[in-house]
Design a protein around this ligand. Sequence first.
Ligand code: UD1
Length: 431
Amino acid sequence: MDRILVNGGVRLKGEVKISGAKNAALPIMAASILCDGPVGSATFLAGRHRGHGTASVQPGGRGAGTRRGRMTISPQTLRWQEAPYDLVRKMRASFFVLGPLVGKYGHARVSMPGGCAIGTRPVDIHLKALSELGVELRVEHGYVEAETLTGRVLGNRVVLEFPSVGATENALMAAVLAKGTSELCNVAREPEIADLADFLNSCGAKIHGQGTDTLVIEGVDRLSGGTYSIIPDRIEAGTLAIAAALTRGNVRLVGAVADHMRALIDRLREAGVAVMEEPDALHVIGPDELVAIDEVTTRPYPGFPTDMQAQLMALLSIAKGTSVIKETIFENRFMHTSELCRMGADISVDGACAVVRGVPKLSGSPVMASDLRASAALVLAGLVAEGETEILRVYHLDRGYERLDAKLAGLGARVRRVSGKANGHMAAVVP
Ligand code: UD1
């Protein structure tokens, strides 16, 4: 199992290219089920998700191929309308195939995803939205069995009780080939949802209202295939921005879209970080001294993203003064706190609220990654800690970043990935 070793103290410097957004690539892979022709997508997370997403519903995996940063999916070869437990368990986003499968074939069988480390993550809002679009649903033996009476989803007005990202995407994908027009209200407004809608429109869908809280979808009879380029990953860009800020670095994030990152950029500026917006890049210069932020509360977009909360906490742990972070999206997303404290941070958690008292320095130690963004926070902390930080369970990190360690090393960080057992019994150094 891979581990990452970080030796802190290097000021990061240079340019780094931002990869395609994981949270856009996954629903777009699922949405390709709706298409009649092949779909080519540039800037997918290279290779790592092969076998998941739409490919996961094709036994034999013949319908998908990847080249570096690109993927081609041929949905015509799809034979099963089922996503088994083994796949959904490994990657929650496999649940996104429910909407497109039932939208295209009129029936689907998809494993319930269950909870994960950051929370219970129910799917009730997904199911309610689909049922209001005329889909009959039964949950049996851990699976959702979905069926339409007429073979087609029926356009309708649906109001989500909370702007869930996944429920918005599942309902949107189900409504694209529906009979009639659908109006989805109180939807999530994340840029990845607009990207999904833009992808579907490029294949012939009629979706209006991207970026607002209401999506209007005129059902069409079929979608073609096409080639589509996915938006840059705002969470990867944000993580690297914090890496630059923490290390008093000077880094250009090429491709980062400032408009997708407003809440974070505002907070970084409050903490004393210089963030310059260039036509195709963000230029970040870390200050000699970071300062605390009054209060940061995670909210649905355009609020502060929960996916940046752990990384911001790493930054605030060495900012002068006391900061307060409130997590309102997931109930169990402070697990990185105890690991940061083992590195010398002074953070106390009370329910959904963390109080971060800035300390002058962190010290490197072995730490355990508990989830995707938590592991990024630990790597960031390692960049400024004295001595060596060893991050275990790196597979969490690899689910969401395209070799974050290699990108940081490209900016001068002393970061190494090693395979084999911990406690000094090192097998191989992976370059
Ligand atoms: C997506 C992102 C994830 C991000 C999250 C919030 C992808 C692949 N993942 O996850 O990185 O952290 O948005 O920005 O895009 N909820 C319910 N019932 C439902 C659905 C959601 O109670 O049916 C709750 C969840 O438990 C959670 C909150 O709503 O507490 C937000 O979840 P949601 O917006 O659905 O997040 P995901 O789509 O799972």
